[in-house]
Ligand binder design. Structure first.
Ligand code: AMP
Ligand code: GLY
Length: 427
């Protein structure tokens, strides 16, 4: 089987690593890829926003299956266009992908199907949004409707912050994504990520993970795309996972099917575990990054038949096996991220780091030049490790981090702290 993977981040390196391990795969390309992905796949300099070019590549290379990594091509309808051209692809159509690309779409769907989530209002003008905020009081959450690279959310602890966020969004702070604004109830609790593979009708729960969105130790500093993750997330007990499947995932699939836009691909539910039970924070129409990296390390089964079964509507009675070990990943980012940062600094010691027991290093923003690995983005490396406990995986990951020589990089030193604290407390 000949597979084309789309994307260039750490998530795609982990997917490429797992797909390349499948005995079913005879050829794997990745567009555009990165220096680490080049170890698993042939990287091709395709512009993936140019759907005609992607389809042409599939035709001339007899590609059997396309796997879409990031959210932007899904929102741009790459799966619709590939399907229309006769190619099979993993991921939702543009209409089904609105679960991620439109917060209002998802909030309305939750309301119509009694899916537990924060109470909300949505507004096309600033005055109406402000009146609602004054009625509700703070803390309160203000969100741009559309995709804003994970940055379109302001969790306002007081009224002034909330009102300023409204002005910023309607003032074009997030571009077109902020043409409509959602205002939601603030939910208190522990947050975790739940993943299910879907085929339009059936859902196969994958595994849970916990991300660390803030830039600095102690969950301080600005929000980022994610600075580290581990799987499984102990806060999502089996009982809670069952509730998430029954109260969120299944009704969502039923609703989308009834609308004529069945959801295929991976459904990523960001869940807040509140004192009233699990509530949906948001849906994403793709694997999380960096959650995907730890999921791939824990998946024992071949992923390729699962991805194909999702695209073919054949997940009923499908099952996947997982390793019992936990997996953890520490993100190394260029200093300055998530703000401005430079590119091109040299990274050394990667082979030495990868020698630590249980360690696997995935690349996010890197490129190779003259036999050297250079930083080429904000999030640059995913230093991952497996272990019997989160404590062990964490120790191994940081042992590897300490072998990497990259003065321009930084990472958090406390990834996994919630689980490590639980382990210290005896479970
Ligand atoms: P989102 O892009 O919707 O995932 O929001 C980004 C982050 O903001 C989430 O991961 C949460 O940590 C936080 N957040 C979003 N909505 C809420 C809410 N209603 N209550 C509390 N925190 C929230
Ligand atoms: N790790 C968060 C995300 O992928 O959106």
């Amino acid at each position: 089987m000949r597979i084309l993977l789309l994307g260039s981040g750490g998530r795609e390196h982990a997917l490429a690593w797992k797909i390349a391990a499948s005995p079913l795969v005879t050829k794997l390309w990745c567009a555009p890829g990165n220096a680490g992905i080049a170890r698993e796949a042939e990287c091709v300099a395709l512009d993936i926003t140019d759907h005609t070019a992607v389809i042409e590549f599939c035709r001339s290379n007899a590609v059997d299956f396309v796997v879409v990594g990031p959210d932007a091509p899904i929102a741009a309808g790459i799966v619709d266009d590939l399907n229309a051209a006769g190619f099979k692809a993993f991921g939702p159509t543009r209409a089904a992908g609105q679960l991620e690309s439109s917060k209002i779409f998802t909030k309305e769907l939750c309301k119509a199907n009694q899916i537990p989530t924060a109470a909300f209002g949505h507004f096309k003008d600033a005055e109406a949004a402000k009146t609602y905020i004054r009625q509700q009081g703070a803390p309160i959450v203000v969100k741009a409707d559309g995709l804003a690279a994970g940055k379109g959310v302001v969790v306002a602890m007081n009224l002034e912050e909330a009102l300023a966020a409204v002005d910023m969004m309607f003032g074009g702070g997030f571009g077109a994504a902020g043409a409509e604004v959602v205002v939601e109830e603030f939910m208190q609790g522990e947050e975790a990520s739940f993943f299910a593979l879907c085929d339009g009708e059936h859902a196969l729960p994958l595994a849970t993970a916990q991300d660390h969105k803030r830039a600095f130790d102690g969950d301080k500093g600005p929000n980022t795309g994610g600075m580290g993750a581990y799987s499984p997330a102990p806060v999502l007990t089996e009982a809670l996972c069952t509730r998430i499947m029954e109260e969120m995932v299944k009704p969502t699939l039923r609703a989308l099917k009834a609308m004529g836009s069945p959801y295929k691909g991976v459904l990523y539910a960001g869940v807040m575990v509140t004192k009233d039970g699990p509530k949906l924070v948001e849906y994403n129409a793709r694997f999380g990054d960096p959650e995907c990296q730890v999921l791939m390390l824990r998946m024992m089964s071949d992923i390729v038949p699962a991805l194909i079964a999702s695209a073919d509507g054949q997940l009923k009675n499908f099952s996947l096996r997982w390793f019992d070990d936990v997996a953890l990943t520490v993100i190394m980012a260029t200093k300055g991220y998530p703000g401005d940062y430079g590119k091109g600094s040299v990274i050394e010691g990667l082979d030495d780091a990868a020698d630590v027991e249980g360690v696997e290093i995935f690349h996010a923003g890197t490129r190779a030049e003259g036999g050297k690995i250079l930083a080429n983005g904000g999030r640059v490396l995913n230093v991952c490790a497996t272990g019997k406990t989160v404590t062990e995986a964490q120790q191994r990951a940081y042992q590897a981090v300490d072998r990497i020589k990259w003065p321009d990089g930084f990472c958090r030193r406390d990834i996994g702290w919630q689980a490590v604290a639980r382990e210290k407390a005896g479970g």
